[in-house]
Design a protein around this ligand. Structure first.
Ligand code: ZN
Length: 497
């Protein structure tokens, strides 16, 4: 038996004024054919979990294409280009495989398509028909649609945030697929959409709810049961939180019960309050005065490239420069122009730069910062191997990267957009973050999987930005209203209707 294997994920921020073409989609990396197995076997990824289960069961794999990124709306041309690659493999090997297992995201949008996942699945259905089982994995920041449930037989979602369980969902998706291929089960997924938008960062109560659902899933013998907060930065009619259940046959009542359970606790799951950058830095200064040791970390949640923002927002780093604290460092800013200028000048030179604020509307991510006498401390090719538990051992690159210093603040500037998962940006920028006292980075949640063990205090900063948790700052046009917390009086009873 053989399985067609692939990964095509995009988390689309439709509030960005830019577009994602194939070059931007693959800017971090992409893989095709056999190299997918070499790269991902044994890694904590969707594909790592899928490959592990297939290996255990002696199932052959036909690897196709693998890419995931977050960013602005995908161009139709780019969407079709990727689908054409997947379809090329599906057609070439038709007759050799008996099932399809593919990693998707759940919040992908193109210029004319609100649901990249359903679109991709339909392209594959057009090749293989309706009898072949298909299972998919989804990110909990996915906005799950009925169409995804129609085109795929089984949906499997990650539960942890930071996402340390990609491999678990990949493993479960492959396990269920193999059983369906052998005719042992008849897969069915049902979704219950909820009139609720949730910022990407989780609360403590959210973690308790997740544990409750996991226990419920085990007790009822369900193949999967997941609460998806969804992705509030894509403005589409299917953008909302949801609960889905995947089982051997119809089990929708379980999803309805869990949706009711969460709805009754919605005030605990959704938190849209936070510090602005100055308030966050002031908290850091207070901490340093009261404590002689320890690291204080501020994450700029509002400019998290992992949610499709530019990564060149200037608000938090501007507050760092103003505070000018000895032992403060920031990693990293995306700004290829500054990288080029620093590389031309060379290590040891002092340069004048316009830092960041070049990509999106300044109402969201601020104006460029004019700096003189910036010391070039280091130059790197930006290549690294990840240390975060989310993707430990997987190679990546920030592109050419420079370590700079302005007065007391050391900072890293790179030429590939990505959120900060671990210490690798500091590493390639030649900064030892463990010797710093106040550090800043751009991420919402995932960095915690690495940094929790090294820093003493973490607080988020939410200035204006394309991934701020203040959802009321966005102009929603297509989300179905009323919806909590944008609207006051929202009623929802999933068990009756
Ligand atoms: Zn996610």
């Amino acid at each position: 038996m053989k399985v067609l294997l692939g990964w095509f994920g995009h988390e689309t921020n439709t509030f960005s004024r830019r577009k994602t073409d194939f070059e931007l989609l693959t800017s971090q990396d992409s893989w095709e054919g056999e190299e997918i197995l070499d790269t991902f076997r044994g890694t904590p990824s969707y594909l790592g979990g899928m490959i592990k289960k297939a290996d255990e069961n002696g199932i052959g794999l036909i690897p196709t294409f693998a890419v995931e990124n977050a960013g602005p709306t995908v161009t139709d041309k780019c969407l079709d280009y990727v689908c054409d690659i997947l379809v090329k493999y599906a057609k070439k090997h038709l007759g050799e495989y008996q099932g399809i297992c593919i990693g998707l995201h759940g919040a992908g949008c193109s210029e004319t398509c609100d649901d990249i996942e359903a679109y991709t699945l339909k392209k594959l259905r057009d090749v293989v028909g309706w009898d072949m089982p298909i299972t998919i994995t989804l990110d909990l920041h996915g906005n799950v649609s009925q169409k995804m449930c129609d085109y795929a037989d089984g949906l499997f979602g990650i539960k942890e945030n930071p996402h340390i369980d990609y491999a678990t969902s990949g493993y479960e998706a492959m396990d269920a697929l193999i059983k369906a291929m052998k005719g042992e089960i008849k897969l069915k997924t049902e979704v219950v959409p909820m009139p609720m938008l949730v910022p990407v960062t989780v609360t403590k109560d959210y973690e308790d709810i997740s544990n409750y659902i996991l226990q419920y899933k085990k007790e009822h013998g369900l193949l999967d049961l997941a609460f998806f907060p969804g992705f509030p930065y894509s403005d589409t009619p299917t953008t909302c939180a949801s609960v889905f259940v995947t089982a051997d046959g119809s089990q929708k009542d379980h999803a309805q019960k869990i949706a009711k359970y969460i709805w009754d606790r919605r005030h605990k799951v959704v938190n849209i309050d936070s510090f602005n950058s100055k308030e966050a830095v002031d908290e850091g200064i207070k901490y340093l005065k009261e404590n002689d040791t320890g690291i204080f970390l501020i994450n700029e949640e509002a400019d998290n490239p992992g949610a499709g923002t530019p990564g060149d927002g200037t608000d938090l780093i501007r507050a760092f420069f103003k505070a000018n604290i000895k032992g403060s460092a920031f990693a990293y800013m995306y700004d290829p122009e500054v990288v080029t200028k620093a590389m031309k000048a060379g290590v040891g030179a002092k340069i004048e730069i316009e830092l960041g604020g070049k990509i999106e509307d300044s109402n969201f991510h601020g104006e460029p910062i004019h700096l003189e006498d910036v010391l070039v401390r280091s130059i790197s090719n930006g290549n690294f191997v990840a240390t975060t538990p989310l993707m430990k051992g997987i190679p990546g690159s920030f592109g050419y990267t420079v370590g700079l210093q302005y007065k007391n603040v050391q900072f890293v500037v790179a030429s590939v957009q990505n959120q900060t998962y671990d210490d690798r940006a500091f590493f390639v920028g030649n900064i030892d973050f463990k010797q710093m006292r106040l550090i800043g980075l751009k991420s919402s949640q995932h960095f915690k999987a690495f940094y929790n063990q090294y820093v003493d205090k973490i607080i988020p900063a939410n200035p204006p930005g394309l991934s701020t948790r203040n959802l009321k700052s966005f102009e929603y046009n297509r989300v179905i209203r009323p919806i909590y917390p944008l609207d006051e009086d929202v009623t929802f009873d999933p068990c009756n209707g």
